[in-house]
Every structure is written in structure tokens, then in C-alpha cells.
Design a protein around this ligand. Structure first.
Ligand SMILES: Cc1cc2nc3c(=O)[nH]c(=O)nc-3n(C[C@H](O)[C@H](O)[C@H](O)COP(=O)(O)OP(=O)(O)OC[C@H]3O[C@@H](n4cnc5c(N)ncnc54)[C@H](O)[C@@H]3O)c2cc1C
Length: 393
């Protein structure tokens, strides 16, 4: 928090190396699973710094919200990524040479200074600095000429913060698919400058042409938020897209217990990698401990979104309603839809509540981030984070 003000704005792009990360927060694995929320983090930063000083950090946190809203209104982009990735995987099956090229990049054996170190850091720690993610994706696509969807998949399998929206759209942005006419070219001088001279790769691509031209899909309106029926007994289902969902449940919902799902549905597997799987299980267990210590009885960690287990807990609690927070586009959302279908025949319904944070912000992700960001002061104020005595303009 002390570093979230002006220092963050001037220092955040520096990639000093593992263990030297006091210029960034490293909060993304916790924010991504909402073990802590955007609201909490921004409230803490804005308590310590005036908005003008913390503006850059605030904007970065809103990038996450913006990407989620953007994808929520264009779910076909996630489905298209999955198809493209699966097609590329199939192509790998048919070519030993391509398989070796991918293995070489993922193992950090390309001989490209910096790139190899980031590949190993990603696999060993589950984290990469934002600048390293940009350089890595750019070298993968434009220097090594590997398919962007397999690079995005490599990130998903290893990042602790692996996120359908931030990752897919981050890779699409580097590849020139997300923002027409815009690609990201990694350059040696820039890498040398921001790594403090640790890395200066040779022979990087000197041009970056968009992987393909794609018309930006129009946003489809968000489904209206579900209203939770008051007074009806229910179980609360917490999942890895929102482990703090209990904080926004209205008191009118009569909770008879809490189920914490540590992973997704068998047919929509999630988390994507082992490291994230251990991490999310630990977060779920920690959340359960904290809820129990706070006096909540009947907290159960369940391994997955599995209908028979959920059914058993509903029967034991005498409820036919599960309330949860809406999962944004991705495998957990697909898993919840699947689970709802499986439980429907048993007379059990799942009601997803959209968080006020998402409900207020997502509809503004219609165009680019620069338009979205003009809404930030209003969004902060509507979330109770405004400072009337210090106008944001
Ligand atoms: C190719 C690529 C892939 C990415 N994949 C992911 C991913 O799978 N999951 C993920 O959470 N982020 C992803 N990012 C975004 C960003 O790199 C990480 O959120 C950030 O590096 C996390 O480190 P931090 O918490 O120390 O960030 P800080 O610099 O401390 O930023 C504070 C918070 O702001 C948010 N944030 C910062 N930069 C971004 C950004 N560019 N996009 C969205 N949110 C941001 C994060 O919640 C972060 O915790 C990706 C970026 C790129 C370029």
C-alpha cells in the first residue's frame, strides 16, 4: 500500500527480476480469485494516497474489470479462443517439428536472452511481471512465429492468476487481433532499459504485423441480474472466481450453510494447471477456516462442482436453492450452467447474484479502455470510494 501512489506510476514498468518486486503489488492471484476484492484493494490504496497520486494503480485494477466486462458482452471470443487452441493442438499432433518448437519455447531453450528466463520463471513460480508478459507474448508470436493461442494456453496452464479475460485479451492485444491496427513489438533496447541491463536479446523481429484482421464483435447486452428471493432458505455456493461472495449476500437470504468448490465441473475443467489447482484449494480451505472462525457453522469444502455431492448437501440442509455470485465468462461459468442443468431435475435451482462492482462497471466496456477509464471516478463514487472534497477531474 505505501508504494501504490506516485512511486507505482513511475516504477511499475521496471522488471527487476524474481524476488525484487516491490514496484508492483503481486496481488493478481488473490484479486483474480477474489480472495480479496477490487473494492478492498482500492479502498486501502485510496486511504493512503490521494486519487491523483494513486490514479495509475487504480486504472490498472480497473483493467481487470474492463477486460471482464468486455468478454462478458462478447462470450464468443472465449469460445473462439478455445476452438483455435484445440485446432492448433491437433496440428501439433501431426508435426514433430512444431511440437519440438513449442517444447523448446516452453522449456526456455530458445537461446533468446530474457525469453528463456521468463519461461522458466513462469513454470517455477506461476507469476510474471506485466512487462515480461508483454515481451514474452510478442517474442512468441513475432520472433518465434508460434501460434498465439498456444502461448495463451501456456500462460493459462502455469499462471496462478490465469484468467480467461485478462489472458486471452492480453494475448489478442499483443497479436494485433484485439485492437485493429495495433500490435505490440518487443524491442531489445526497451527490454534492456526496464530489466536494468539484465537482458538484451538479439535478433528479435523488427516488425509486428497483426496475426489476422478481425472485426471487433459488437457487444451483446448483459443478461439482467437475477433477483434473490427474500426469506427462502438456501445454501451459499462459493467458487474460485469469487471466494468472497459471502460479503455481498443480502441479509434477506436465509443461509443454511456454505459450500466452497475448490475446482470446476468435470466437463469444463478448471483450474487449468496444477500449481493454480493447489493454490485455489489452499484459498478455499483458508476461506472455509475464516468463515468458521467468524462463527459460520456448516461450511464445507467440496472438491468440484459435482451434482451428486451438491445434492447431498442440499438435502442435509433441507434447501432447494443455491445462491452464488455470477462467474464471468470462462470454464467456471460453463460449469455452473452445467451443474444447474443437472440439478434442475432434482428440483434444485442455482441463483447467481451479480456483484454491484461488476454490475456497475461491465456495461461500460463497450469500446476501448480509454473510453472506459473516463468512467472510473463515477464508478469509484458509486462504490462508496469517492472523495467529494477532492474532485477527480
Ligand atoms: C499477455 C498477457 C497475459 C496476461 N494474463 C493475465 C492473466 O491470466 N491473469 C491476470 O490476472 N492478469 C493477466 N495479465 C495482466 C497483468 O500482466 C497482470 O494482472 C499483472 O502483471 C499482475 O501482477 P501484479 O499483481 O503485480 O500487478 P500490479 O502492477 O501490481 O497491478 C495491480 C493489479 O491491477 C491489475 N492489472 C494490472 N495490469 C493489468 C492488465 N494489463 N490487465 C488486467 N489487469 C491488470 C491486476 O489485478 C493487478 O493485480 C496479462 C497481461 C498480458 C500482457
Amino acid at each position: 500500500m505505501p508504494n501504490g501512489g506516485r512511486r507505482y506510476a513511475t516504477e511499475r514498468n521496471r522488471e527487476a527480476g524474481p524476488g525484487l518486486r516491490d514496484n508492483v503489488s503481486m496481488l493478481s492471484p488473490y484479486l483474480r480469485h477474489r480472495a480479496i476484492t477490487e473494492h478492498e484493494v482500492l479502498a486501502a490504496v485510496l486511504r493512503q494516497h490521494p486519487f491523483q497520486a494513486a490514479e495509475k494503480f487504480v486504472q490498472e485494477v480497473f483493467w481487470r474489470t474492463y477486460w471482464k466486462g468486455w468478454l462478458q458482452m462478447r462470450p464468443q471470443v472465449w469460445q473462439a479462443f478455445l476452438r483455435e487452441r484445440d485446432n492448433e493442438r491437433e496440428r501439433l499432433e501431426r508435426s514433430r517439428e512444431r511440437r519440438e518448437a513449442i517444447a523448446c519455447a516452453e522449456d526456455g531453450r530458445t537461446g533468446i536472452d530474457g525469453f528463456d528466463a521468463w519461461a522458466r520463471e513462469l513454470v517455477q513460480t506461476g507469476y510474471l511481471h506485466n512487462h515480461a508478459r508483454m515481451w514474452f507474448a510478442s517474442i512468441w508470436i513475432f520472433t518465434l512465429r508460434l501460434p498465439w493461442s498456444l502461448g495463451a494456453d501456456f500462460f493459462l496452464r502455469h499462471l496462478l492468476d490465469a484468467d480467461p479475460a485478462s489472458n486471452t485479451l492480453g494475448w489478442r492485444w499483443v497479436a494485433g487481433i484485439q485492437t485493429p491496427g495495433k500490435t505490440y513489438l518487443a524491442q531489445s533496447d526497451n527490454i534492456e532499459k526496464y530489466t536494468g541491463g539484465r537482458h538484451r536479446p538479439n535478433a528479435l523481429a523488427t516488425e509486428a504485423h497483426a496475426v489476422r484482421d478481425e472485426t471487433t464483435p459488437q457487444p451483446t447486452p448483459l443478461a439482467p441480474p437475477v433477483q434473490l428471493p427474500s426469506g427462502r432458505p438456501a445454501l451459499l455456493l462459493l467458487h474460485g472466481d469469487d471466494l468472497a461472495g459471502h460479503e455481498v449476500m443480502p441479509s434477506s437470504v436465509k443461509l443454511r450453510g456454505v459450500l466452497l468448490a475448490a475446482s470446476g465441473h468435470r466437463d469444463h475443467p478448471w483450474p487449468f494447471g496444477h500449481r493454480a489447482e493447489h493454490f485455489v484449494t489452499a484459498l478455499a480451505t483458508d476461506t472455509a477456516d475464516r468463515l468458521t472462525r467468524a462463527g459460520r457453522a456448516d461450511v464445507h469444502v467440496i472438491e468440484a462442482l459435482q451434482a451428486d455431492i451438491v445434492h447431498r448437501h442440499c438435502t442435509a440442509a433441507g434447501v432447494t436453492t443455491l445462491v452464488t455470485t455470477e462467474a464471468p465468462v470462462g470454464p467456471l461459468a460453463d460449469g455452473l450452467v452445467r451443474l444447474a442443468r443437472e440439478l434442475r431435475d432434482d428440483g434444485i435451482e442455482i441463483l447467481p447474484l451479480r456483484r454491484p462492482w461488476d454490475d456497475l462497471a461491465w456495461p461500460h466496456a463497450t469500446h476501448g479502455f480509454f473510453r472506459f477509464r473516463t468512467r472510473i471516478p463515477e464508478l469509484l463514487a458509486r462504490n462508496g470510494l469517492g472523495m467529494p472534497e477532492a474532485p477527480y477531474e
